[in-house]
Design a protein around this ligand. Structure first.
Ligand SMILES: Cc1ncc(COP(=O)(O)O)c(C=O)c1O
Length: 450
């Protein structure tokens, strides 16, 4: 075993961190986490902090769920791996696919295609969407429409429908045939419109206009998160998601709900689609499906989509896509127990109550602290803050101030995620009222340092 001095010395030297400059990790070494319990993580220096990031929007059950750990251990002993490529299966994947179909019945989901994470799930959905249209004799339907500020992972397909230039520019050219409409983001939009209803109408108009402009029968699918997460925590106005779904249905465009963050209770409902009362054609899942205990994901499809594939001739319907770890038995075993625990602990209800507490507390702070330009959330435990140096001009707060704020919040006992001048929060859904109060205390300390 290497000692802690070795770890400090070699921190970020030989591994590159996602979403950061390789040299930055060396200049500003990140905390090294070594232990966890409940909703807290402990670094190598012995500091124990509330994880307001929830791992990465995924550790919904917190870090000490013994039934999930036991399920993984038992499965490692019984069957640590076997492929589910054509010709073989395993008991756990059959069980999980049945349980997910039952759980997401209100969303109309009927089949699962398993993956190793969110980017894989998005890639799978985009590919299956094209194939669906080919089977039905509409081979020209190859294009995708998505929303600015959307985040759909980092594979080439997902990055192509991504709506943040930060994740696109260095990797262009991306997939041809991908188009973006404005996000219904009242704080920042090209229409300069802050009224949610009016903005919603404008963005929906843009969606329908884009479908028509691209040409009849050329758009395969529209993909959108029910609440835009990594792009800055944007809650669409009431009715937006449902009307977008209706526009897509009217034009034969498949509707993909990217539920990688919103699936399994984070929004205060069991899914974002259920929150907005829609039945999508496909749902992408990952993160909380195994609560971070094992890398896993799924793309689910509706009965209608399933019928098209299952009724197709052998060549057109065969799925020429899959991953070595599709249907991994340990991931599936973790998924089964995570679902049981998620339901047993009624996580969606705690997400709704604690989410409201956090949102209200931050809005109170915003009345006292001038650098809080906007607080977004109010739908479960997905909350965001935009920090500014000039409230009316919405000027983003500078990096150095953000670093100081981050540090002070950490010293006050809370780990948060900074994305540019935004603070995004997605703590474990088991968080208590006292722990949310502690988060609010840490924010009031941290936001007072500049
Ligand atoms: C909505 C959404 N889709 C896809 C992804 C990609 O998931 P992963 O990082 O597991 O590949 C993410 C990751 O944050 C996400 O938030």
């Amino acid at each position: 075993m290497f000692d802690s001095n070795f770890l400090r010395e070699n921190n970020a030297k030989f591994n590159w961190h996602p979403m950061g400059h390789p040299a930055d990790g060396i200049e500003n070494p990140p905390p090294i986490f070594v232990e966890s319990r409940g909703v807290k993580i402990k670094d190598i220096e012995g500091n124990e902090v509330i994880d307001a990031v929830g791992g990465l929007w995924n550790v919904n059950l917190g870090y000490s769920n013994q039934p999930v750990k036991d399920a993984i251990t038992n499965q490692l002993n019984a069957l640590p791996y076997y492929s589910t490529f054509k010709g073989s299966s395993n008991d756990k994947v059959i069980e999980l696919s049945y349980l997910l179909k039952e759980f997401f019945k209100p969303e109309g989901m009927a089949r699962s295609f398993f993956t190793s994470g969110g980017s894989d799930s998005v890639e799978t959905a985009l590919r299956l969407a094209r194939q669906y249209h080919k089977i039905r004799g509409e081979a020209n339907r190859t294009k995708f429409i998505s929303v600015k500020f959307g985040y759909h992972g980092t594979h080439f397909g997902g990055a192509s429908v991504n709506g943040n230039s930060r994740f696109r520019e260095s990797y262009e050219p991306l997939l041809p045939g991908c188009f973006h409409i404005p996000s219904p983001h009242t704080y920042q939009n090209p229409f300069n419109e802050s009224d949610p209803g009016k903005l919603s109408t404008l963005c929906l108009g843009a969606l329908e206009d884009e479908i028509l402009f691209q040409g009849k029968g050329t758009v395969a699918a529209f993909i959108m998160e029910p609440i835009q997460g990594a792009g800055g925590l944007i809650v669409p106005p009431d009715g937006f998601y449902k009307q977008a779904r209706e526009i897509c249905a009217r034009h034969g465009v498949l509707f993909i709900a990217d539920e990688v963050i919103t699936g399994f209770g984070r929004t205060g409902e069991w899914s974002g689609s259920r929150l907005w009362d829609i039945k999508p054609d496909m749902m992408t899942l990952a993160k909380a499906i195994t609560s971070g205990y094992f890398p896993f994901g799924a793309t689910m499809v509706s009965e209608g989509v399933a019928e098209v594939f299952e009724g197709a001739d052998p060549e057109a319907g065969a799925i020429g896509h899959g991953y070595t770890y599709t249907g991994h038995p340990v991931g599936a075993a973790a998924g089964i127990t995570c679902l049981e625990e998620t339901k047993r602990l009624k996580l969606k209800d705690n997400a709704r109550e604690r989410g409201q507490q956090l949102y209200d507390g931050l809005r109170d702070l915003a009345r006292k602290i001038d650098i809080i330009g906007d607080v977004r959330g109010g739908k479960g435990l997905m909350t965001g803050m935009e920090l500014v140096s000039d409230k009316s001009a919405k000027t983003p707060l500078d990096n150095q101030s953000m670093v100081m704020i981050h540090q002070k919040i950490y010293e006050s006992g809370v780990n948060v995620r900074i994305a540019g001048h935004k603070i995004l929060m997605s703590p474990p859904l088991i968080i208590s009222s006292e722990e949310v109060d502690h988060m609010l205390y840490a924010f009031s300390e941290g936001l007072s340092v500049v």
